[in-house]
Design a protein around this ligand. Structure first.
Ligand SMILES: *[C@@H]1O[C@H](CO)[C@@H](O)[C@H](O)[C@H]1NC(C)=O
Ligand SMILES: *[C@@H]1O[C@H](CO)[C@@H](O)[C@H](O)[C@H]1NC(C)=O
Ligand SMILES: *[C@@H]1O[C@H](CO)[C@@H](O)[C@H](O)[C@H]1NC(C)=O
Ligand SMILES: *[C@@H]1O[C@H](CO)[C@@H](O)[C@H](O)[C@H]1NC(C)=O
Ligand SMILES: *[C@@H]1O[C@H](CO)[C@@H](O)[C@H](O)[C@H]1NC(C)=O
Ligand SMILES: *[C@@H]1O[C@H](CO)[C@@H](O)[C@H](O)[C@H]1NC(C)=O
Ligand SMILES: *[C@@H]1O[C@H](CO)[C@@H](O)[C@H](O)[C@H]1NC(C)=O
Ligand SMILES: *[C@@H]1O[C@H](CO)[C@@H](O)[C@H](O)[C@H]1NC(C)=O
Length: 568
């Protein structure tokens, strides 16, 4: 979100009118005409007859030699098959005549069968186990071909399977992507080099370097760890602003992060289009044991960066990080954040495994730009109110999460990409006259999680003591809640009540995690019966909520949230 300050700053330096400036490709100054920004995600055409959109991909990216030796619960060796039956012309959808029969799927590499099985129609992530022993660990991803037959009708899909050698000495860690859940898997920090991979729920802040960590790291990092945060997103320090150019200081901070056990999300927003700089930085950072993932572009859609920029950058990073630079996995995934509601989603998101969304709605006027003195029209053609195409505040976050998830599905990317949320943790600037309260910060985060978010990384720290305390409380509770949210066997539901209570439910082995938040500034309650739940309730997270004495009703204060485990 740094770019948003930058584009305002640019105008105090260059006289207005010297060059055109847009946000999400829209004009936003009163002197400029209304234009069509274009770049909207195409709505797939509908079909009057059913279509099958076959998709397939490995459960885990990348596999390692240890996975060939022994399959583990967290890194199962399997190909996942999706067989949505749809009436939309989504990626790889072709007509199917339904009726009696079975869908027989064969997965092969270079014409050689890897695995096969019967897959139900309209299945999601149906696993076909296979053995890695027939394959050689290598940098280049294998192309898998998935062929399916249903009463003489033939279907086909392809995917990439990455089976990498053990990391060389200059690679310090491996982060896997679990396509069953979209979660990232890591070995616990400080544990043995062969410890099993475990899912991590990344929660933390973009953390200021020059204004915070560079001077405060020795006390700040242990404190962040004790507050339950798992990840620190650190801005690239190798860019032209001298205050950020001290590599020795960066290394000191990273050493301490490793020592206390915090994961690093390494941010190259200012340099991601400079191949020389990216190469230097990736080569410098990739030996870090606590590197969780790379982060390239910050709101490239806002600034209309070249449409090929994020993919070119991701491919370069991947090729330096053990991958083939052609779409196969490297030793760490790549992430970026999109700010626009609907501008060139496919082009920009193609360059990331993890797509974040930063829908900021705290304090800003969503229909009239307080910075530019112009309306933000309800269509998609004009204005910048600090939240693109936002209308209702908190629900805009849910909408954005669902839209991104839907587009990922339409593009056939559901086995390879995840969405994370960036809750607003700042205020008192430009469009946003105030900070969120701690409860509001939690509310934003829970909307993200309930609508599919598998990581929460807020802009930005330092923030208020209230936000920090609430964020810490959520982070500490996630230690328990993540076993539901990241479970590959969870049955997941999401319900938004008319009252304004938004609920996510994850059921695992007869226990249900209920994560709920009240988007209104009034007290509300929710009977467990409305969620079709009976059983004993235990509250595991409290941000302005409670359970009634008879254990049947959940109550929420203004912007209150809670986490509850219901055991049948
Ligand atoms: C396929 O599954 C989706 C999502 O679960 C469901 O909404 C849809 O009705 C199913 N379609 C068919 C043809 O079974
Ligand atoms: C950094 O440390 C100084 C000295 O302990 C403290 O006054 C300051 O509040 C800290 N800054 C932040 C952002 O925590
Ligand atoms: C860079 O940081 C190191 C460690 O904090 C410090 O000793 C050194 O003086 C700094 N160098 C410059 C040029 O600021
Ligand atoms: C790209 O990065 C290199 C290495 O840091 C630097 O020397 C060069 O000036 C950068 N180029 C631009 C155009 O900023
Ligand atoms: C990326 O796109 C730009 C135009 O935006 C073009 O000039 C450049 O050649 C493209 N680069 C590659 C490698 O395709
Ligand atoms: C937004 O700004 C418009 C125009 O100044 C004003 O009429 C409206 O009340 C404002 N809305 C909010 C929620 O502040
Ligand atoms: C808000 O920002 C202004 C200008 O940067 C600053 O002077 C003021 O102290 C800030 N107020 C709060 C409460 O942070
Ligand atoms: C909400 O409930 C709290 C605690 O029971 C109470 O203090 C507060 O007045 C109530 N607020 C409203 C708007 O009813």
């Amino acid at each position: 979100m740094k770019a948003r300050v930058a584009h305002i700053f640019a105008f105090s330096v260059f006289p207005i009118g010297v060059f055109g400036q847009t946000w999400c490709n829209k004009n936003y100054m009163s002197t400029e005409p209304v234009t069509d920004p274009g770049g909207r995600f195409p709505i797939p055409a509908t079909s009057s007859s059913p279509l099958l959109a076959l998709r397939c991909g490995p459960a885990i990216r990348p596999y390692l030699p240890e996975d060939a030796a022994h399959s583990s619960a967290t890194s199962p060796v399997a190909i996942l098959i999706d067989t949505p039956i749809t009436f939309s012309e989504i990626a790889n959808a072709v007509p199917i005549t339904l009726g009696a029969g079975t869908l027989d799927v064969t997965v092969s590499i270079n014409g050689k069968k890897l695995t096969s099985g019967v897959v139900p129609l309209n299945a999601t992530k149906h696993a076909l186990p296979f053995s890695l022993s027939a394959l050689k660990a290598q940098k280049a991803a294998y192309t898998i071909t998935c062929s399916a037959t249903f009463s003489n009708q033939k279907f086909s899909a392809t995917g990439l399977l990455t089976y990498l050698p053990d990391p060389p000495a200059d690679i310090g860690s491996v982060t896997k992507f679990d396509a069953r859940t979209g979660a990232l898997l890591v070995r616990p920090l400080g544990g043995s080099k062969t410890a099993p991979f475990e899912p991590v729920f990344p929660i933390g802040f973009y953390t200021g370097f020059g204004n915070y960590l560079q001077t405060n790291f020795s006390t700040a990092l242990p404190e962040l760890k004790s507050q339950g945060f798992t990840v620190v997103r650190l801005l690239d320090v190798v860019h032209p602003i001298p205050a950020f150019s001290n590599i020795t200081a960066l290394d000191e901070v990273l050493d301490k992060m490793e020592e206390v056990g915090l994961y690093l999300m390494y941010d190259m927003r200012l340099t991601y289009m400079n191949d020389t700089s990216v190469t230097e930085q990736v080569n410098h950072i990739k030996s870090r044991k606590n590197l969780l993932l790379w982060y390239t572009a910050d709101e490239p859609d806002g600034t209309s960066d070249p449409l090929n920029a994020t993919l070119l950058s991701a491919n370069l990073i991947n090729s330096l990080d053990g991958g083939d630079g052609l779409g196969g996995a490297g030793y760490h995934p790549v992430s970026l954040v999109l700010n626009c509601e609907n501008y060139e989603f496919t082009a920009y998101a193609s360059g990331a495994d993890v797509v974040l969304q930063d829908t900021y709605t705290i304090g800003n006027n969503l229909s009239f730009s307080t910075v530019w003195g112009t309306p933000c029209t309800d269509g998609t053609d004009y204005g910048d109110c600090g939240c693109d195409n936002c209308h209702t505040g908190f629900p805009d976050i849910s909408t954005r999460m669902e839209e991104f998830r839907q587009r990922i599905f339409i593009n056939g990317w559901e086995l390879t990409k995840a969405v994370w949320a960036v809750p607003q943790g700042f205020g008192n600037e430009t469009y946003w006259p105030r900070y969120p309260t701690g409860r509001e910060w939690v509310l934003e985060s829970i909307l993200g999680i309930n609508h599919g978010g598998l990581g929460v990384v807020s802009w930005d720290d330092p923030t208020t003591a209230d936000v920090k305390a609430s964020a810490s409380s959520l982070a500490l509770s996630l230690v328990n809640m993540k076993s539901f949210i990241l479970s590959p066997v969870a049955t997941i539901r999401q319900v938004t009540f008319q009252s304004g209570i938004d609920v996510g439910l994850w059921t695992v082995n007869g226990q249900t995690l209920v994560l709920a938040t009240n988007i209104n500034a009034q007290n509300l309650s929710l009977a467990l019966a409305e969620l079709h739940l009976t059983g004993k309730v235990e509250q595991v997270f409290d941000s302005g909520s409670s359970v009634s004495s008879d254990g049947r009703t959940l109550s929420f204060g203004s912007a209150g949230s809670g986490g509850f485990i219901v055991t049948n």
